[in-house]
Design a protein around this ligand. Structure first.
Ligand code: NAD
Length: 237
């Protein structure tokens, strides 16, 4: 029998129990900042210093948080079933630190920085990379300033071709901890549904796109996922 293909899409909610704050749960604020003030190309053009300091604080925070039961359950799922594609909107590295491999970070990553001139990405997490001073690349002859390797509002998410291919060919599509407000991520469930996949949502509250799901499980991801993953494993093997 052909093994069923699974796609899991995670959002900020899966990292909430690790102490990384979401922004929809805080009245549209992310760590006390309006998202438009820190997560747009315009913000970077107008006040790069403020945007840089915001993301440097997020980058330093990575060493203070650790994966929770939700991340660990998805690692168990990925390691026991062959075809699990893990897509995250999160910029933290908690899936990787739970053991997951080949995670598609559609909105970029905090661990890497991007050269403003060549667009080359570099993992830059040494203590000297985490200060409030701007970082400079190692790829250009005259070192160029680096920007956070984040997909800001108005920019195109990464790896969309691979994402659409995986979503349109999956049998089970699971979303964990996402408010359903940020597109195109919020629209992926429709692609999955039109392609005949069974669609499942795990979220603390009813999201904006709840009607697109065949199953909705409301609650904490860290509490719900261990049992749900056990069920999906039984169905997959
Ligand atoms: P969001 O902040 O818009 O929504 C998070 C959702 O998670 C909410 O609907 C909330 O009810 C739910 N939630 C909160 N705690 C939960 C828990 N313990 N278990 C299950 N669900 C829980 O997040 P989004 O949909 O991912 O979109 C926000 C954008 O902000 C993303 O693009 C992401 O790149 C960025 N962001 C990332 C991080 C991170 O990397 N950890 C954190 C904040 C924002």
């Amino acid at each position: 029998m052909e093994q069923r293909k699974v796609v899991v899409l995670t959002g900020a909610g899966i990292s909430a129990e690790s102490g990384v704050r979401t922004f929809r749960d805080n009245g549209g604020l992310w760590e006390e900042h309006r998202v438009e003030d820190v997560a747009t190309p315009e913000a970077w053009r107008h006040d790069a210093d403020m945007v840089w300091r915001f993301y440097q604080a997020r980058r330093r925070q990575l060493s203070e948080v650790k994966p929770n039961e939700g991340h660990l359950s998805l690692f168990r799922f990925q390691s026991e079933v062959e075809h699990v594609t893990l897509i995250t909107q999160n910029v933290d590295d908690l899936h990787e630190r739970a053991g997951c491999t080949d995670v598609i970070h559609m909105h970029g990553e905090l661990r890497t920085l991007r050269c403003e001139f060549s667009h080359e990405r570099e993992v830059r997490m040494e203590p000297s990379d985490l200060s409030d001073d701007f970082a400079y690349c190692t790829c250009c002859t005259h070192q160029s300033r680096m920007r956070p390797d984040i997909v800001w509002f108005g920019e195109t998410p990464m790896e969309m071709t691979r994402i659409i291919e995986a979503v349109e060919s999956c049998d089970l599509f699971v979303v964990v901890g996402s408010s359903g407000h940020v597109y195109p991520a919020a629209g992926l469930v429709n692609h999955a549904k039109h392609s005949g996949a069974h669609t499942v949502l795990v979220n603390l509250e009813q999201p904006a796109n709840a009607e697109a799901f065949d199953e909705v499980h409301l609650g904490l991801a860290g509490e719900l996922l261990p049992t749900l993953v056990s069920t999906w494993l039984k169905e997959s093997n």
